[in-house]
Design a protein around this ligand. Structure first.
Ligand SMILES: Cc1cc2nc3c(=O)[nH]c(=O)nc-3n(C[C@H](O)[C@H](O)[C@H](O)COP(=O)(O)O)c2cc1C
Length: 372
């Protein structure tokens, strides 16, 4: 088998020792005030042998939160918590980007400031799409959240949109102050930026809705504002053109995302990160689509979704991917690159401890050296 996955890569001037990415994964273990904890620093440091770590989604503002116990990047206490995380990862020899997240409508009134309705491009509900909340509001000790239908959102006024763009830019500044190597915009999986892009979730008639150019305007404004703060070479963008589970399903994904990719190329962002799977929702992505993305976008390409070593080597070998994300395998295998390289069997993960709870199923998966 080719070993391209273990060759170094230059990502916007950042040298990655291998092509194995830990993609963003919400683990819902932040402490009071949505502040990252020491345990989170341990978790990420254990996985520092990844070529690149992208953190779990981090809300850029209080109204950007959609699930219990997810961390933020909008208070000084949160910045201090993240500083300990980045220091631990760097001390262990790793590199880490922060995923900047606003959930838009996929939230619940119990998580919103003052119990307000979540904000969205349009006041539309995705029936059956659930978020998890803290049933007792007891804090992280409460363990697993309770899954509930997301709350009905209200549509953002045109003059409110700039405030959210500014929140993304502030969070990018906070990320760099906290020692992150860069930031990734979460424009995937049915959250706010995706809600603006998708014709089914954006029925606006102002300059942020209607034509494709208008539906891409919010993405453009956020990406420009964030790149101006973090530097385009330290900014990545995540899209999920084909997944449908979170209430977004583009009728013409190729033309939508080729236009979005071309726009990101104009800004000069360091990478595009394609989420081919959200969970088990993994529609096949035609090779022609991947090849077309390469033609319109000149930065690095990351793919994630049900990859194993053979598929990853194929994606790099065919020229579709530069880097490949392994999500669930990284939860259960802190030293995943070593295991992939040596062909060692992987630990299985325990989905019941993915979201919420303590150390169990979080920092207790054994590395190979411990006989795991
Ligand atoms: C527990 C869990 C949490 C996730 N949270 C996020 C997230 O915060 N942001 C995001 O963009 N994707 C998130 N994802 C999607 C993953 O980044 C990845 O695309 C997905 O797990 C498919 O890759 P895999 O098959 O290798 O696990 C999450 C996935 C899992 C399993």
């Amino acid at each position: 088998m080719s070993a391209a996955l273990f060759e170094p890569f230059d990502l916007g001037g950042l040298r990655l020792p291998n092509r194995v990415v830990m993609p963003p994964m919400t683990r819902a273990r932040a402490g009071d005030g949505e502040v990252p904890t020491r345990m989170m620093a341990d978790y990420y440091a254990q996985r520092a042998s990844a070529g690149l770590i992208v953190t779990e989604g981090i809300q850029v503002s209080p109204d950007g939160q959609g699930y219990a116990w997810t961390p933020g990047l909008h208070t000084q206490a949160q910045v201090a918590g993240w500083r300990a995380v980045t220091a631990a990862v760097h001390a262990a020899g790793g590199r880490i980007f922060a995923q900047l997240w606003h959930v838009g409508r996929l939230s619940h009134v119990s998580l919103q400031p003052g119990g307000a309705a979540p904000v969205a491009p349009s006041a539309l509900v995705a029936d059956g799409v659930q978020v998890f909340i803290d049933p007792d509001r007891l804090g992280a000790a409460a363990g697993a959240g309770q899954k509930v239908q997301h709350s009905a959102p209200r549509a953002l006024g045109t003059d409110e949109v700039k405030g959210i763009v500014d929140a993304f830019a502030r969070a990018a500044g906070n990320a760099m102050a906290a020692g992150f190597d860069g930031v990734e915009l979460h424009a995937a999986n049915g959250y706010l930026i995706h809600q603006f892009i998708d014709a089914g979730t954006n029925l606006r008639t102002d300059r942020y809705g209607g034509s494709l150019a208008n539906r891409l305007r919010f993405l453009d404004e956020v990406a420009r504002a964030v790149a101006a703060v973090a530097g385009p070479g330290r900014t990545g963008v995540r899209f999920s053109p084909l997944t449908t589970q979170q209430g977004t399903s583009d009728a013409t994904p190729q033309s939508t995302y080729l236009a979005a990719a071309r726009m990101m190329d104009g800004i000069g962002v360091a990478y595009l990160h394609i989420a081919q799977a959200d969970w088990d929702d993994a529609p096949p992505m035609p090779a022609a689509f991947k090849e077309a993305l390469r033609l319109v976008y000149s930065g690095a390409m990351i793919y994630a979704g049900h990859y194993d070593r053979a598929r990853a080597e194929e994606a790099i070998g065919k020229g579709w991917a530069d880097l490949v994300g392994f999500g669930r395998p990284f939860i259960a295998n802190p030293d995943l690159p070593l295991r992939l390289r040596s062909g060692t069997a992987l630990n299985g993960g325990d989905p019941s401890s993915y979201f919420g709870g303590g150390a169990r199923g979080y920092i207790d998966y054994p590395p190979l050296a411990a006989g795991g």
